[in-house]
Design a protein around this ligand. Structure first.
Ligand code: DLL
Length: 440
């Protein structure tokens, strides 16, 4: 893959200049919020912060955090900083409990967002003329439209198939000779499995797929290798991160060297904090990511607590970009599950499973309460269902998986091997945990 950079001036800026620009933009954001945001004007006043008080970037610590609850409490438009008529787009998160979180964009916000996505999509391999199929669901989710406009800005040939309808997806992929797909890692894997299952009719060589711009959910490096092997022919995928509160996709993404996700730092100022005490951690430490969107004006976000766990590397990258790189998301402070007092991230289970022959990377963690204790079952799909009739082999495979997971987590678990294709597939974000501990 060629190393292309969409906006060299911004992405390769000397760090001193970049930090000066961040400071200037932070002051201007605080000043803007004092004058235009009822929500932030009150917060800033209470904290005794004015734009003049911000002398260096770490002075941001005077400002309190913003949380998802703030957005929910002010649903739908209580955090707007412009009259509603100045908003040209609204998105919302699904909101499984309570009010969804609504986010809104001015025209200028949309332009910035497209620029952010264009940079990352190019870092991931897209360029003018490449055919890119967007397999994210179009709608209130930011993934599809975010990538759509970013890719159009680059001049890519955008194919907005949306999610679902697997056979059609694959047909367009073959007929249009699609170069790249945009999807969640789990859906990209699912499409590869589906393509393989139709190999008699359409050989894998009938696809021209070269890379995957993946994101919106976590994937371990092992899962990535599995996806790449499933597509074959040198298929290469990158990880892309973002969240609707911070525009959507476009906050950070991997370049061809895949050594962390480049942050669009001229737009996003990042901190890492201890999620329990709320204390800011030293550079390089692992903790919860807190982000300030320096250029957003419709619905600004200052020190937003993402709940995502990562660390940030500020060294320059081989690709020439000087922007800091965040580690792949290690987990979420709220999808971390506590099992008998031990912290477990689904990603740990995923990395323990990958590389074991005979199983697919589709799994489900089922938690139950047995007496006073938690039990954890890891349900894993077999590739060959006939193994269920071969007791000796089945037990050996079960033991291997059990030992791998136990070595990583340090707790006892139960492994349940199940028929191929019996675990639910998702076209959007995959759900890996079924917590039945509070069920009677
Ligand atoms: O998922 C935005 C997005 C769309 C990013 C497409 C990348 C590509 P939300 O639906 O608001 O926004 O979900 C945000 O998803 O806080 C993370 O927990 C998780 N997430 C997003 N990208 C990644 C990733 C979009 N690359 C929430 N790795 C975030 C791990 C991710 N988790």
């Amino acid at each position: 893959m060629e190393n292309r950079i969409f906006n060299r001036d911004m992405e390769c800026m000397p760090r001193k200049e970049l930090e000066a620009l961040q400071l200037e933009r932070l002051k201007s954001l605080v000043d803007y919020c004092e004058k235009n945001s009822k929500f932030y004007a009150e917060r800033l006043k209470k904290a005794g912060v004015t734009a003049d008080k911000i002398k260096c970037l770490s002075d941001i610590e005077y400002i309190p955090y913003t949380t998802k609850d703030d957005l929910r409490d002010t649903y739908p438009f209580g955090m707007l900083s412009v009259p509603k008529e100045k908003i040209v787009r609204v998105h919302a998160s699904s909101g499984t409990t309570g009010n969804p979180t609504v986010v809104a964009y001015t025209r200028e916000d949309l332009e910035n967002w497209s620029e952010q996505v264009a940079r990352l999509a190019m870092a991931a391999g897209a360029h003018e003329g490449t055919t890119v199929q967007i397999c994210f669901g179009y709608g209130m989710f930011t993934g599809a439209l975010g990538l759509h406009y970013g890719l159009e800005k680059i001049g890519a040939v955008v194919v907005p198939t949306s999610s679902g309808n697997t056979e059609k997806q694959l047909k367009f992929m073959r007929d249009f000779q699609t170069d790249a797909i945009v999807a969640t890692p789990s859906y990209c894997m699912y499409l590869a499995e589906a393509a393989r299952s139709m190999q008699d009719k359409y050989p894998m060589s009938s696809y021209n797929l070269k890379y995957g711009i993946l994101g919106s959910e976590g994937s371990t490096p092992e899962m990535r290798t599995e996806i790449e092997n499933h597509w074959g022919n040198g298929f290469f995928c990158t990880d892309n991160y973002g969240m609707s509160e911070l525009n959507g996709p476009g906050m950070s993404g991997e370049c061809m060297y895949r050594d962390g996700l480049h942050i669009n730092e001229d737009h996003f100022y990042c901190e890492v904090i201890d999620s329990v005490s709320g204390r800011t951690l030293d550079k390089g430490s692992t903790g919860e990511l807190v982000v300030t969107n320096l250029t957003k004006r419709g619905l600004p976000m200052i020190r937003y607590r993402t709940k995502d766990i990562t660390n940030i590397n500020y060294d320059a990258c081989k690709c020439g970009r000087t922007t800091a790189r965040m580690h792949k998301i290690i987990g979420r402070s709220d999808d971390m599950i506590k099992v008998r007092g031990v912290n477990v991230f689904p990603s740990q289970v995923e990395s323990a499973l990958i590389g074991i022959n005979g199983i697919s990377p589709n799994y489900l963690i089922v938690l139950r309460r047995e007496g006073y204790s938690d039990s954890m079952e890891v349900r894993v799909e077999l590739v060959d269902g006939s193994l269920l009739d071969r007791y000796g082999e089945l037990v050996a495979l079960q033991k291997r998986i059990h030992d791998n997971i136990k070595n990583i987590l340090g707790i006892e678990i139960k492994v349940n091997l199940v028929e191929p294709n019996s675990i639910e597939r998702f076209t959007g974000k995959a759900k890996r945990v079924l917590d039945l501990r509070n069920e009677k």
